[in-house]
Structure formats: structure tokens, C-alpha cells
Design a protein around this ligand. Structure first.
Ligand SMILES: Cc1ncc(COP(=O)(O)O)c(C=O)c1O
Length: 281
């Protein structure tokens, strides 16, 4: 397969029908987002947020991209910025994965570390401060950018429906960092079939990366789900694993319903963003 840019390999990741026997004949499917070029679902987000900013005239060829990040979003944003030959500054709490920070640097990003104890809020504050002093800077700001859930509503969710090929989705489960993945996909699936159960899962252990004011923020994913995206968010209060195991019982099953309605038409962007949109929070 000949390709001309790495962006063309983002998305269309495999959906695996897990070989886990379930007594009622249901299936569990997993979307293998690690097959994206930067190694995570966040490659979709980096590309989509910069494309969106570009479409709305928020980027020039002199722009500097600045993003506070706990890791994977930084890699996705660095990939997208590199493709546009734009400099990128990633503001990362110091103790987050050194491996990921090394990868961000390899992709051309400048890293600015903030004190680990300040969590992601410290990184956000620093990113805003930098944007005020760097001309033509743009903060995609995944935590309140509507392009975040839209990324998954427009890309990953339709892929799921396409690849499930008419199977009924009984339940959808996603881990949460910003909550964008869950919000975008859950919205799409509910539009397709309002009876689909949607579940967002957070580890309950406190994280050294987390906002100190958010004691149950997730360790692996970086930050508590943003209320911007998940209005009807409900905590499980338990480890995500038993919840996932329980959901096995109601996982996807073979077709039992009429064909799916068509995906809704694209809606126009509703939230205007400034170059440093975080300041509007
Ligand atoms: C690898 C990976 N998957 C999923 C997520 C969850 O993404 P979201 O921020 O959309 O909730 C994250 C977020 O940190 C992540 O790093």
C-alpha cells in the first residue's frame, strides 16, 4: 500500500470479535485504536481538531500550536502539527510518562513541564499563559473543544456501525479521560438505536496526574471526564473490570432489528472559538 502522508493511516482501525464464549450467544467487540500511527485513539483527535481550526480560519502558516496534555493527545496533536509544518508546544505535568514525552519530542514538539502536584489544571494554566505571550498561537484545548466529541461522532462511531454490519448494539463501554470519546460515540449510537446502553468507566484510584480537587480522577487516562461532554455522566464507584465483565451478558448480538436509520446530516459548528479558546471557559 503506497501512502503519501501518515494522516491517511489514522482511523479505520480493526474491530475484533473477541473469542470469548458467552452463553447467550452474544459477542464482545473491541476497537483496536492502538493501530493508529501514534499508537492511540488520540491521533484522530489531533488531526480533527487542527482540521477544524483550519477550516474555521483559526490557523495561519505562522501559527504555534499549544496544548496541555497528559500524553496521548500530545502525540496526536504533534502528528497533526508536523503534517502542517507548524511548531507545537505541549505542556505536560512533569511526572507523566517519559516514554510519551520522548515520542512527542521525536515528532518535533517542544515540551514544557509543569509541577506534577498541579495536575492537568496546572498544565492548562501554563498553556494559557504561554498563548498570551506567543503571537498567532492556538490552543486546541481538548477539554472543552466541541470538535473533541465530534471527532468520534464523525469517525469512529460510523466505523463501528459499518463494521458491525447490522448487528444490534446492546451496550457500549468506553474509558474516559476528557469524556470526548464516550460522548461522541454514545450520541451516535443512541441516535441509531435509543435502546443501546452506554457506559463510561473510570478507575476509582486517585491519580498522581489528576486534578487534586478531583479525588477519583482516572490514573491511566489522565483526567476526570469533562462535564462539557458528558452531562448525564454517572460514576460506577467500582473498579471498571467487574463492570465490564457484567456487561458481557448484554454485549452485542446478531441482528434482531430492522435496518439502521441513516446517520444524521452534519450540523454546523455552534461554539465560536478564539485562538486561545480556553480563556472562554
Ligand atoms: C489511549 C486512550 N484511550 C482513551 C482515552 C479516553 O479519551 P477521552 O479523552 O476521549 O475520554 C484516553 C484519554 O486519555 C487515552 O489516552
Amino acid at each position: 500500500m503506497l501512502i503519501h502522508n501518515i494522516q491517511s493511516t489514522i482511523g479505520n482501525t480493526p474491530l475484533i470479535d473477541l473469542p470469548i464464549p458467552i452463553t447467550n450467544g452474544n459477542h464482545i467487540f473491541a476497537k483496536l485504536e492502538m493501530f493508529n500511527p501514534g499508537g492511540s485513539i488520540k491521533d484522530r483527535l489531533g488531526e480533527y481538531m487542527l482540521q477544524d481550526a483550519d477550516n474555521r480560519g483559526l490557523l495561519t502558516d505562522q501559527s504555534t500550536i499549544i496544548e496541555p496534555t497528559a500524553g496521548n493527545t500530545g502525540i496526536g496533536v504533534a502528528l497533526a502539527a508536523q503534517a502542517r509544518h507548524l511548531p507545537v508546544i505541549l505542556v505536560v505535568p512533569a511526572k507523566f510518562s517519559q516514554e510519551k514525552q520522548t515520542l512527542m519530542q521525536a515528532l518535533g514538539a517542544k515540551i514544557i513541564n509543569t509541577p506534577s502536584d498541579d495536575g492537568i489544571r496546572g498544565a492548562i494554566a501554563k498553556a494559557v499563559e504561554l498563548a498570551q505571550s506567543i503571537p498567532d498561537s492556538f490552543i486546541p484545548m481538548q477539554f472543552n473543544n466541541p470538535a473533541n466529541p465530534e471527532t468520534y461522532y464523525r469517525t469512529l462511531a460510523p466505523e463501528l456501525i459499518r463494521d458491525l454490519d447490522g448487528r444490534k448494539v446492546a451496550a457500549f463501554v468506553a474509558g474516559a479521560g476528557s469524556g470526548g470519546t464516550f460522548a461522541g460515540i454514545a450520541r451516535f449510537l443512541k441516535e441509531q438505536d435509543p435502546t443501546t446502553t452506554t457506559v463510561v468507566v473510570e478507575p476509582e484510584a486517585p491519580s498522581s496526574m489528576a486534578d487534586p480537587r478531583t479525588p477519583t480522577a482516572p490514573k491511566a487516562l489522565g483526567w476526570s471526564s469533562s462535564p462539557h461532554f458528558s452531562k448525564r455522566y454517572r460514576r460506577t464507584g467500582r473498579s471498571p473490570l467487574p463492570m465490564t465483565m457484567r456487561l458481557r451478558k448484554s454485549a452485542t448480538s446478531r441482528p434482531t432489528r430492522a435496518s439502521l436509520p441513516a446517520a444524521p446530516a452534519a450540523r454546523p459548528w455552534r461554539l465560536a472559538q478564539s485562538r486561545s479558546n480556553v480563556t472562554r471557559r
